[in-house]
Design a binder for this molecule. Structure first.
Ligand SMILES: [Mg+2]
Length: 422
């Protein structure tokens, strides 16, 4: 097998920079929901020693001192860039496993690329991505997914490879010896400690243990990892993403919320978003769960409740889902608390076509309903928040804080970049 792992460098920061060429070479940080912590950094910000996940107020001084560009996370922008990235990768081979928002495995086995040309091929993929969507990438090429992951990491560490590292026959040992245990795909922190306690420190040490011993003392999963480190492919590419079994939409509020009306708006908005996702994967939901809670850091009164509302029939209709979610909210709401977060979860999902109807109850998702939902989704696809139910509210004072949000360059006509041609 020949597997390439393509991974964007500092993806969120790179997405912001594409539309802000003035920030080339400048440090950039991205904040978490509600602008709380630093969740992504450009290479320059990493070099300044800014840690991952630290609260932004702790970095205030260094941000001022080095004139670091700060952005709220703009997930609609990152999502749109991710789609572009993946479709470009699919133009190279249909065998693409989208592994995360900015990472994909490509199976190059059947492309009949001359073995001596694989690195060139990787460079071609990299140049195309840079040219078509402006994203800097790193690519690791090897005979298994686990090795490709390590190779990718190696490419990021060693600039002399210009973003593409291919594990050539005979070079496996060099790579494995250079990689600490914690970098091995599938070896988490807990497992790393356990293996370190046994005296192992590098990927090479792990690869040297006989797979049978690993299976006996650990798991079949780690055994597969060890086999993969030794160049034996054991983990297949997952070419079609499995449909989600649950869809969750929950957020923290920008400020504490006290009244039922605000909570209703929030629950209504989250349900709208969740049902959009539900329709995207062509599923229906049979149960909806609603939850509200105060902040664990607040000292004056803690309250957290959730409600499961079974629906008589599975549905993908936003209106029915909202009506039921609000019923659940009413049942659990208690006045007098300072609510910090709320959310909904759609459960018991099934494929839309497998729904059973009977003679006695009104059918939920009629052709008319489906057409209405399709139309709403099509409008909202083109215009951000183009059409929504009044119950979502218009002011939405509770909405999470995103004071440094970049424009929706790719999803709002009013935000599209203007280019002056003289
Ligand atoms: Mg990445």
């Amino acid at each position: 097998m020949t597997i390439a792992l393509c991974d964007a460098n500092n993806f969120y920061a790179s997405c912001e920079r594409i539309f802000r060429p003035d920030l080339a070479g400048q440090p950039i940080v991205i904040l978490s929901n509600n602008d709380g912590c630093i969740v992504a950094r450009s290479a320059e910000a990493k070099a300044l020693g800014i840690g991952m996940g630290i609260p932004v107020f702790k970095a205030h001084h260094i941000i001022q001192q080095h004139n670091i560009a700060v952005f709220s996370s703009n997930y609609s922008l990152y999502g749109a860039m991710s789609q572009r990235l993946m479709s470009i990768l699919e133009s190279f081979t249909p065998n693409v496993e989208v592994y995360s928002i900015d990472e994909a495995f490509l199976d190059l086995t059947d492309l009949n690329i001359n073995a001596s040309n694989l690195t060139n091929y990787g460079q071609q993929v990299r140049t195309t991505l840079a040219q078509y969507c402006g994203l800097p990438m790193s690519i690791g090429i090897a005979s298994t997914k686990t090795l490709a992951k390590l190779a990718n990491h190696y490419a990021k560490q060693h600039v002399e490879y210009n973003g593409v590292y291919e594990v050539l026959p005979g070079q496996e040992t060099t790579l494995l010896k250079a990689m600490p245990l914690g970098e091995v795909w599938g070896v988490g922190r807990k497992l790393t400690y356990k293996l370190q306690a046994m005296g192992l420190s590098t990927a090479y040490d792990l690869a040297c243990i006989p797979p049978k011993v690993i299976r006996k003392h650990f798991s079949v999963l780690l055994e597969r990892t060890v086999r993969e480190l030794n160049g034996e492919p054991c983990i297949d590419l997952i070419l079609e993403a499995p449909s989600k079994q649950q869809i969750i939409c929950s957020r923290s509020f920008s400020k504490r919320v006290f009244n039922l009306t605000d909570l209703q708006e929030a629950i209504s908005s989250y349900t709208s978003r969740a049902s959009e996702k539900l329709r995207q994967q062509n599923s229906t939901a049979k149960t909806i769960m609603v939850f509200i809670r105060t902040s664990p850091f607040d000292h004056n009164g803690q309250y957290r409740r959730s409600a499961f509302i079974p629906l008589p029939y599975p549905t993908m209709d936003t209106r029915i889902l909202i009506t039921n979610a609000l019923k659940g909210l009413k049942a659990i709401y208690q006045p007098g608390f300072a609510y910090a977060k709320a959310g909904v979860m759609l459960c018991e999902l099934r494929e839309a076509c497998s729904v059973q109807h009977d003679f006695f109850t009104k059918q939920y998702d009629t052709t008319k309903t489906l057409r209405l939902m399709d139309t709403i989704d099509a409008i909202n696809n083109q215009f951000n928040n183009g059409i929504f139910l009044a119950s979502n509210g218009i002011q939405q004072d509770w909405r999470m804080a995103r004071s440094q949000l970049s424009p929706s360059y790719l999803s709002n006509w009013n935000h599209v970049k203007h280019v002056l041609v003289k």
